[in-house]
Design a protein around this ligand. Structure first.
Ligand SMILES: [Zn+2]
Length: 341
């Protein structure tokens, strides 16, 4: 039998403990400048000692898709450095490692795409292992925001859901801003994203089953899905490519984001979507290796399926997340247009 992890070992390498399903002893223990709390598999909370003057309630989630390993390593290093006292953190933080069993198997998911299960949609998928996990992640995130201790001033709620994309991208890093009826672009957040090396932000036009939509719509959090690079296995990630985000997170943990005068990320909105109609007749008329945000001119036929056609209707539309392998009825690609300042 594997010896139980002590709190010290747990925070020194949270990921290994998670992958090896190590037992743990403590529920709550003291760290450098605050307290740790183990909430359950893949869920670890940090509370700074000076809660009254904390500058954010921040949820950092990673591994929602089990094959997207680099952000998991980034979060693991943050926990390690925070536990070792090498990183100061005045924010209250909830670390969520999204899909532990899929991470162990290096699979995107076991039964269903976890990032389509949130905002209660898991109730429509009884028996799916991702449905069970989505409900658990929602409970942890809800409790984190709802049970937040009082502070001396208003504390912003933030949620960054860290991903990597299946394909390359014209923009190396981009953010998805979930739909909100009352959405105002948060310029401070835009500036922070820019400093993290995020080149483009895409505003969603309707509710979705994503984790970031859940925290945005239910708790008013400034929430983003961040696509930071490409899918690779553990140990094969070039973490230097994630240094912008890593540095951005370290800065944010220590102090509130400030505004900036540097150019902000380019902004896009959804112009249309390609929906697969049938099993047999669906064809996506773009190269397999097309990059995210590749632009197509007006009139280009991007997909056909029987009588169905998707034709570019704006002067220029850019494709994001093309995937000819989705099931019928599901989205096989998103078309976006740039919002000019
Ligand atoms: Zn993902």
């Amino acid at each position: 039998m594997i010896a139980p992890f002590t709190p010290d070992l747990l925070t020194r390498d949270f990921l290994t403990a998670l992958l090896q399903q190590q037992a743990h002893q403590a529920q709550r223990w003291a760290g450098h400048g605050g307290h740790w709390q183990w909430l359950g598999e893949g869920a670890l909370q940090w509370e700074p000692a000076d809660l009254a003057h904390r500058h954010a309630d921040l949820v950092l989630s990673c591994g929602i898709h089990g094959d997207e390993t680099a952000p998991v390593e980034v979060c693991n290093h943050l926990i390690r450095d925070l536990a070792a006292g090498h990183l100061s953190c005045r924010a209250r933080v909830l670390f969520l490692f999204g899909n532990p069993e899929a991470l162990r198997q290096h699979r995107r998911y076991l039964d269903d795409d976890l990032n389509r299960m949130f905002d209660g949609r898991h109730q429509q998928h009884p028996g799916s292992r991702e449905a069970t996990r989505a409900a658990q992640l929602e409970r942890w995130l809800s409790a984190f925001f709802m049970a937040a201790p009082a502070a001396a001033h208003a504390v912003p709620r933030l949620h960054y859901d860290l991903h990597t994309a299946i394909r390359g991208s014209r923009f190396g890093r981009f953010a998805l801003y979930p739909y909100r009826a009352d959405l105002q672009w948060n310029e401070q957040q835009m500036a922070w994203l820019q400093r993290c090396g995020v080149d483009a932000v895409l505003l969603n036009e309707k509710p979705a089953g994503t984790f970031s939509y859940f925290s945005s719509s239910r708790f008013g959090a400034d929430a983003f899905t961040l696509e930071l690079g490409k899918v690779r296995r553990f140990g094969e990630n070039d973490l230097s490519r994630f240094s912008g985000m890593d540095q951005g997170l370290r800065t944010l943990l220590a102090a509130p984001a400030d505004s900036t005068t540097t150019p902000l990320p380019r902004r896009f909105r959804v112009a249309g979507e390609i929906v697969r109609q049938s099993e047999a007749g669906f064809q996506l008329h773009i190269p397999d290796d097309v990059e995210n945000f590749t632009a197509f001119p007006r009139g280009t036929v991007l997909a056909t399926d029987g009588d169905y056609r998707y034709v570019v209707g704006h002067d220029e539309e850019c494709i994001v997340f093309p995937n000819p392998k989705v099931k019928p009825g599901l989205r096989a690609g998103l078309l976006v247009v740039e919002i000019k300042p």
